[in-house]
Design a protein around this ligand. Structure first.
Ligand code: ADP
Ligand code: MG
Length: 351
């Protein structure tokens, strides 16, 4: 038996953390949001396989931190696992930039308020700086990821088919929409091959953010709902289809317009999704397409100490310590909105 070379171990573990173009965009966007950005531009070339660039106007990275910014397990967000009890940031593992460096060519350009000019850093496979030069960009950070999966030919090949490329671009757009809904004050642009695919201006509230994502006919059919309880502390804020709303404008054949959040994090929660669909579909007992997914948003806010986000590398699955209480609260909100408790069973969730 032999121990694997360090570089092989790095590549194997990084390629589990960084699995797709979507995954890279998510990690970079979350870094931008953690840096307090109000403006984020996401630019892709060749569906992100040739280049992914995420530019923000956040606080930037201090010169003293740049040597370790992409070294795995270096983070400015937590100091020990105890800090997860009151986690306020999207990131905490110090894993994304370092892992991206292992599967792509990476350049980071950054400028803080104190810096006179921005600096562009070229990083190597291990996340170390190999060269740097002054740049002209304003305050904030731009991360450029070139030749994604260049050293993982099978994965690159899998992501290269036209079908897969288009699916991935759609998923990136859906992800941006999710952040747009949960952060109305954020300005966002998605550009592919120099063409604007989707954009959203800064808006005042969730309803306006939903308008920019779901469109006016869906939003005209949504009602704001709210629930707040102590012990366990749970806050629910949602926009749900009005009782009996026009089915065709408030439903979708896939779950991509059912936006769920836990503590501002876009998440997939199968049991909550099932509950939402049951209550929604029960209003249309005779409709042949009644298994569709409702267009809605539900924001669940619980104390950070009662949620474990470190469950999957992409953080889209979370463990809620008070899951039963959350389900009961969501159900109560749905019963109060739709006026009855359905007894329908639906097919398994689409992934
Ligand atoms: P994490 O987000 O878990 O800390 P990352 O590898 O994603 O780990 O980022 C490492 C560190 O680099 C962050 O903790 C942060 O200090 C810095 N950083 C990365 N991206 C940005 C950004 N866009 N703006 C400011 N700082 C950033
Ligand atoms: Mg991060």
């Amino acid at each position: 038996m032999k121990q694997l070379p360090v570089d092989t171990v790095r590549l194997l573990s990084s390629s589990q953390v960084i699995t797709s173009v979507l995954n890279v965009v998510k990690e970079l966007m979350e870094n931008s949001l953690d840096a307090g950005a109000s403006n984020i531009d996401v630019k892709l070339e060749n569906y992100g396989l040739d280049r992914i660039e995420v530019r923000d106007n956040g606080h930037g990275i201090k010169a003293v931190d740049t040597p370790v910014m992409a070294v795995r397990h270096f983070t400015s967000k937590i100091c020990s696992h105890e800090d997860l009890e009151h986690l306020e940031t999207y990131g905490f593992r110090g894993e994304a930039l370092g892992s991206i460096c292992a599967v792509a060519e990476v350049a980071v350009t950054t400028k803080t308020e104190e810096d006179d000019v921005s600096t562009q850093y070229m990083l190597d496979f291990k996340g170390n700086i190999v060269s740097q030069k002054p740049s002209h960009l304003g305050q904030g950070t731009t991360v450029s990821v070139m030749k994604l999966f260049r050293n993982l030919p099978v994965r690159r090949q899998c992501f290269s088919s036209t079908k897969k490329c288009k699916e991935e671009l759609k998923k990136v757009q859906d992800l941006l929409m999710a952040y747009a809904i949960v952060k109305p004050e954020l300005r966002l642009v998605l550009v592919h091959n120099k063409v604007v695919v989707w954009q959203k201006a800064k808006v005042a509230d969730s309803r306006s953010a939903l308008l920019a994502t779901l469109g006016s006919s869906a939003v005209a059919n949504l009602l704001p709902c709210h629930h707040h309880q102590e012990q366990p502390e749970i806050v629910l804020e949602g926009f749900f289809p009005k009782p009996g709303a026009d089915y065709s404008t408030t439903s979708s054949s896939s779950p991509d317009k059912t936006f769920l959040f836990v503590n501002n994090r876009p998440v997939q929660l199968k049991e909550i999704m099932k509950l939402l669909r049951q209550h929604y579909s029960a209003q249309y007992p005779d409709d042949p397409a009644r298994n569709r997914y409702p267009m809605l948003m539900l924001k669940i806010t619980v104390p950070p100490s009662s949620v474990d986000v470190n469950l999957t590398p992409d953080k889209t699955q979370v463990l809620l310590h008070n899951k039963e209480a959350v389900l009961t609260a969501v159900e109560a909100l749905l019963v109060s909105l739709y006026g009855f408790r359905p007894n329908t069973d639906l097919p398994a969730e689409k992934q």
